[in-house]
Design a protein around this ligand. Structure first.
Ligand SMILES: CC(C)(COP(=O)(O)OP(=O)(O)OC[C@H]1O[C@@H](n2cnc3c(N)ncnc32)[C@H](O)[C@@H]1OP(=O)(O)O)[C@@H](O)C(=O)NCCC(=O)NCCS
Length: 472
């Protein structure tokens, strides 16, 4: 069935999804019917959290929490503590913690669904938004809710069909998400003059609608550019990762598990990275979740950020082409030096905050060791992992010679046949929605103000520095 007809059939799917949800409730009445939905859970929790934040600001608002060096203003604001981000905090040595939990802890503590042996992004979204671990039945119901919101309007599908195939998939994603603005319940409510206390509720609805639609949009982009343009229907009974895999055209059970893991670990990496900060910043002007997220995606598309996963693969392929099967440490080391001496970065290595191997890299390495330890490209990535940190340390520029998340993800996708590297950042983008949208909802719930840091010209900074130094 073509996507257009799938989209037309979606109201029926929607009904089916709700039916599935109801029947799950009937099946396990004690565990589900008495359990709260995500929206109810958040609505119960957030007034207390908002009050705590209010009190905290009132009591400690004037406490000095940082000192600012001139070099930080010129250095990409690195290290300045200026953003509130509830879902996760990144420790330079240990890596990410989602609401206080490391990736190994997430894998142990979050319920899985759909026969998954990996964590699922639906459960992580719940945790990031509420700070609570959902039950398995809550995650199932939430998953069905997302599937029920998957209908993509005809005008967005037509728009995607009209785009040239050589327009980068991330530009296509951004265009499609911007065009979904027609669906924004927040924008309509704002135009009606709704009370600001209700902003979060419309932001919540838009966020879930957007999450529900992203697998269809991502798959449509993939299949338009690389396949026949057709995608299957969203299965109302399948979880998010499975639906995404199937829509892309991949049914392998391990690939489905990979999608669940991938979507979970790429979601959130605290608030200062380009895609998270941009979504938060644009959202602070009360732009809808669609416009805010699309802006974040434009940032994720940069080669120093999300597009690094594409760069890694292209860089590996060039190497493979050059050395014709010689993956010895010596040839890898030479290639690394050639890259550095050519004035390029080693893609997938380094990080603005991390100072150790990224635990998201480790999680993916463990997946590869479990499923395909002898895969040629995995072995190459492992050899690079042996050699690159030493080379980068000797090179002496980067503050972090260790691999980040993007160094590994592409190789996993390659193994299962998803070989089109220019699409990889779109998958990262779908995952990132699970991290940035909870914060957007929280921002609206606590009434976060529009962001407006102060900027100075160099002339003005010189005056400032002169006046400070003259007082010493
Ligand atoms: C991620 C990244 C953008 C962080 O940048 P950063 O915070 O400015 O990093 P550093 O402070 O360590 O940079 C200091 C210097 O080391 C260089 N450097 C950092 N990572 C490097 C790498 N992987 N290869 C070569 N040089 C690197 C920087 O370009 C910078 O050089 P400069 O002084 O000539 O401008 C950077 O490490 C990078 O470009 N990595 C490769 C791209 C990538 O993998 N991105 C995905 C990140 S999740």
């Amino acid at each position: 069935m073509s996507l257009s007809s799938a989209a037309r059939a979606t109201p029926a799917l929607r009904a089916q999804a709700y039916k599935a949800l109801t029947s799950t409730r009937a099946f396990s009445a004690t565990s589900i019917s008495s359990e709260k939905t995500l929206k109810d859970t958040f609505a119960d929790i957030f007034p207390k959290q908002a009050e705590e934040i209010k009190q905290f600001k009132k009591e400690h608002g004037k406490t000095v929490i940082d000192q600012l060096l001139l070099e930080q203003a010129y250095g990409g604001m690195r290290g300045i503590k200026g953003i509130v981000w509830e879902g996760s905090v990144l420790d330079p040595e240990e890596g990410i913690r989602f609401r206080g939990r490391t990736i190994p802890e997430i894998k142990k503590e979050l319920p899985t669904i759909g026969g998954s042996s990996e964590p699922v992004p639906e459960a992580l979204f719940w945790l990031l938004l509420t700070g609570e671990v959902p039950t398995e039945s809550q995650v199932k119901a939430f998953s069905a809710d997302l599937a029920s919101r998957s209908e993509v309007p005809e005008h967005v599908l037509k728009l995607l069909d009209s785009l040239p195939k050589d327009l980068h998939p991330m530009a296509q994603l951004s265009i499609a998400v911007n065009a979904l603005e027609t669906e924004s319940k927040f924008a309509k409510a704002y135009a009606r003059g709704v009370n600001k206390k209700e902003y979060w509720s419309y932001t919540f609805e838009d966020s879930l609608d957007l999450l529900g639609k992203l697998p269809v949009i991502a798959s449509k982009i993939y299949r338009n550019i690389f396949k026949d343009g057709k995608i299957c229907q969203v299965d109302p009974n399948a979880d998010y990762g499975k639906n995404l895999a199937h829509l892309l055209g991949y049914t392998n059970k391990d690939f489905v598990d990979l999608m669940r893991l991938y979507l979970t670990i790429h979601s959130d990496h605290e608030g200062g990275n380009v895609s998270a900060h941009t979504t938060h910043l644009v959202g602070s002007a009360l732009s809808s979740p669609y416009l805010s997220f699309a802006a974040g995606m434009n940032g994720l598309a940069g080669p120093l950020h999300g597009r690094a996963n594409q760069e890694v693969l292209e860089w590996l392929f060039t190497f493979r082409e050059e050395v014709k099967g010689d993956y010895s440490k010596e040839t890898v080391e030479k290639y690394l030096w050639d890259t550095l001496n050519g004035g390029r970065v080693i893609p997938g290595y380094g990080h603005a905050v991390l100072r150790k191997t990224d635990p998201r890299y480790t999680a993916q390495r463990e997946f590869a060791l479990k499923h395909f330890p002898d895969y040629e490209l995995f072995k190459l990535v492992s050899t690079i992992y042996d050699v690159a940190p030493k080379v980068l340390t000797k090179h002496g520029k980067t503050k972090n010679p260790w691999p980040n998340v993007d160094s590994h993800s592409g190789v996993l996708l390659q193994y299962y046949g998803l070989t089109e590297a220019s699409f990889y950042t779109v998958l990262f983008g779908v995952s990132r929605a699970f991290g940035v949208l909870p914060q957007l909802i929280i921002d609206r719930a606590v009434g976060a103000p529009i962001e407006r840091p102060k900027s100075f010209s160099t002339e003005k900074f010189k005056e400032l520095v002169k006046s400070i130094e003259s007082k010493k």
